[in-house]
Write a protein that binds this ligand. Structure first.
Ligand code: FES
Length: 140
């Protein structure tokens, strides 16, 4: 087993800054799933961060799991976001988002959008590429 294959199997980063989401085959059409991102430094210490990945019309998208309305997670902890009409629904106050663009099309944050993340498929694995922060995260 190559180093990259071993890292993929262990769910570790294969390129600096990249994080494994799941096997591409696990993300089926019309489904979403959440995944962990590196924590960021908040006012009171490190804050866990999450993303959500989804597949729609054969395309994979990923967004920060934060609603632009009040900054709450979009899901109820299970990663499920799709409403019956095919939009993504924030479980907190019911904002609806267009899955391919992340644009809020209905609800309390209409006109705003989810924060997109860059996703790549390499050797059957979906990876999210997290850009390095330009400012230090441990500033007092
Ligand atoms: S936090 Fe998502 S609609 Fe309010």
């Amino acid at each position: 087993m190559s180093r990259a294959e071993a890292e993929d199997a262990a769910g570790q980063d294969s390129r600096a800054g990249d994080r494994r989401i799941c096997a591409a085959s696990e993300l089926v059409e019309g489904r979403s799933r959440r995944f962990d991102l590196a924590p960021v430094q908040g006012m009171f210490g490190p804050m866990p961060m999450e993303g959500v990945a989804l597949r729609v019309q054969g395309q994979v998208r990923a967004y920060l799991n934060l609603c632009p309305h009040r900054g709450q997670p979009l899901d109820l902890g299970d990663g499920r976001l799709f409403a019956r009409d095919g939009t993504l629904e924030c479980q907190a106050h019911g904002a609806h988002f267009e899955p391919l663009t992340g644009a809020c099309v209905r609800g309390p944050c209409e006109g705003r959008a989810l924060t997109p993340l860059r996703v790549e498929e390499r050797a059957g694995i979906l990876w999210v590429t997290v850009e390095p922060r330009e400012e230090p995260v441990d500033d007092p």
